[in-house]
Design a protein around this ligand. Sequence first.
Ligand code: NZQ
Ligand code: ZN
Length: 394
Amino acid sequence: MKDFVYYAPTEVVFGEQSEDKVAGLVKKYGGHKVLVHYGGGSVKKSGLLDKVCNLLKEEGVEAVLLGGVVPNPRLSLVHQGIELCRKEGVDFILAVGGGSVIDSSKAIAYGVPYEGDVWDVYLRKYNPETALPIGCVLTIPAAGSEMSDSSVITNEEGWVKLGYSNNVCRAKFAIMNPCRTYTLPAYQTAAGVTDIMMHTMERYFTQDDDMDLTTELAEALLRTMKESVFAVLKDPCNYRHRAQIMWGGSLAHNDLTGCGVTGDWATHQLGHELSGMFDATHGASLAAMWPSWARYVYKSNVSRFVRFAVNVMDVPNDFTDPEGTALKGIEAMERFYCRIGMPINIKGLIGREVTDEEIKEMTRKCSRDYTTAQGAFQTLEASDIEAIYRMAKG
Ligand code: NZQ
Ligand code: ZN
């Protein structure tokens, strides 16, 4: 078991009408003039944006608005946000939306006090010791950015998607009202649950497999997400199951399911290149890669895959054939992805066959120009990465 530090400082305000508390929370964490940052329109359509702005106004909190964040949020809008915050003297950023809006807010928060280009942060040329405070009103459970230390930004120059983690960007508060997720399209709901499960699975598939409590928590989370996703795909306004998913999204990525273990994260790195190159939905890119990753690496710890098959995917344990049981678990996961409308390979994700050149380019980027191995469950060199992309072609 690994030593660990567990740090989850975000104040969570969860439940129906929780957004009513937004102005009080902004003030509590020092906000006087707020950048309200949002996406492409869902929060306008639902009335959430108006509600938040009115609540801020009533409490005497000034607000400046910046919308237009797209999934796989872009560096150019981050630059605009930084300029706007400086010009307007903004001292707090309020993200109203999903992971993309929160990540864009985190990048702006790093950039405002930094004189150089904020992309330096993602290139690891500059390690910020400070950032503007941020808070969020979450509208889609998926990325877990509301409680994580991470953000992922796409630079349109070269379509490079890079993540960066630092505690200074953690949200001061996260408002989560499950009713706000009723309007999610089925595809986004399913992609969100896929991402939530993958945040747990990236930690679950570890060689440090002696942390029983972490393992049990992870399995409970995975089983709950599996059950709840079918309930909400059938009945989008099911509060009980929307709530399980919303809370699961935060617990999956605030590191509760990672205490005492080394995470893998190769599937995320493989998926990020698909999102960067094809602008694919993050969760769907993970479903497209995981089965091939799993088949490539399962022999390096068969018993972990057997445990996953039996305890999460309900596969009967064939004690005479551990490898067979492990493989049945991977097949069961593929069937689950298919049932919720997720792809299980790259062709299913992008709608055509990926070319040889595209595989080579993704391999180059994923291995950081052939300098960096990915993964920890099994270390993946560039040749392994390329082999997995080829297995995942479809
Ligand atoms: O832009 P709008 O109109 O709001 O539409 C969004 C967007 O099209 C829509 N949506 C959100 N809430 C809605 C809604 N539609 C109807 N009703 C609602 N209540 O959903 C679409 C997806 O939103 P997005 O914010 O992109 O989703 P998600 O939360 O999955 O975030 C994805 C981004 O987060 C990154 C991903 O790489 C991706 O860029 N991640 C961030 C992490 C982190 N910061 O810790 C970790 C993750 O592994 C992930 O990499
Ligand atoms: Zn993710």
